[in-house]
Design a protein around this ligand. Sequence first.
Ligand SMILES: *Cc1c(COP(=O)(O)O)cnc(C)c1O
Length: 360
Amino acid sequence: MKRLFNFCAGPAAMPTAVLQKAQEELLNYQDLGMSVMEMSHRSTHYIEIASRAEQHLRQLMNIGDDYTVLFLQGGASLQFAGVPLNLLSGTADYLETGAWSKKAYQEAKRYDMLGTVNLVASGQDGHYTDVPDVGTWQVNDQADYFHYCSNETIHGVQITCPPKLDVPLVVDMSSDILSRPINVNDFGMIYAGAQKNIGPAGLTLVIIQKSLLGRAAAICPSVMNYSTQAAADSMLNTPASYAWYLAGLVFEWLLAQGGVETIAKLNQQKATLLYQAIDNSDFYDNRVKKHCRSLMNVPFQLADSTLEPLFLEQAQQAGLLNLQGHRAVGGMRASLYNAIGLDAVQALVSFMADFEKRYG
Ligand SMILES: *Cc1c(COP(=O)(O)O)cnc(C)c1O
């Protein structure tokens, strides 16, 4: 059986070792005679799986007791509504650096009966190739929160250094959570859909400072209410139980790799290799400003865009899958999440050099 190199942006590649472990345990989990996906989420065995996953995540990210960790459903997109429904009562600030933070802003705008939703700056005029200069941001130091996206999965723009502001930072970390060390204490709330760097689709993590709980609007649906879910250990209703279990296996795998510090070094190495290949050639191009280039999602174009379908076709034949760019930006995109090894990037870079030799 051959697994190919899958550069999909999401749902993305999972570590093979995790899939093997899940396969071993699929039919009969620890001699219980059933699969994890067939277990009651109220059973002792399942609660053990769920809380172990949380403990491992806390260990990986060094999450303190003053933060609640929630395992929810609905994807990051539901949190675009969940954030204002739980936290907006006066004003909220939004920074727009790409398609996802724009969606988050637009969704929050729908709840402007709860408060004022303010766009502090947008990178749209520059086609999201740069983060707007901090000096131009129209921030409100009384805002309930400041929202941004740490890694724009479509445009390949990453903000590694959290803005220094006096209001709670709320960050969409869907595509770079666990890819590098962060200080959780810098944030009021972190959220992430699982299908990029955590596990399968269907699970969404929310990590929130306990002092921000208890502020939800009356109209907030109970399953979206962070306080209610915190009180119910994320089991107000049936959770995405199998996805939660698989996320737990990914956390164990990541700890065995040496944790976030170790994987961050590898991620840096992978991205450097690919950006160097792009920058050292006139045949390939990445338009994002170097200071904010994403280490996770690398969009690139061919100088001659008519060659792009051929590039994608031949890449696929070479076992390099899902390199097409998002339909909003076109071109190519390689997603280099934790489960992508250096060997995958080496194979991609050598394919690119070979393709350039033949068509450049
Ligand atoms: C994928 C992604 C989303 C949307 O996730 P869903 O789970 O499909 O709702 C939001 N934000 C970022 C940064 C993403 O990468």
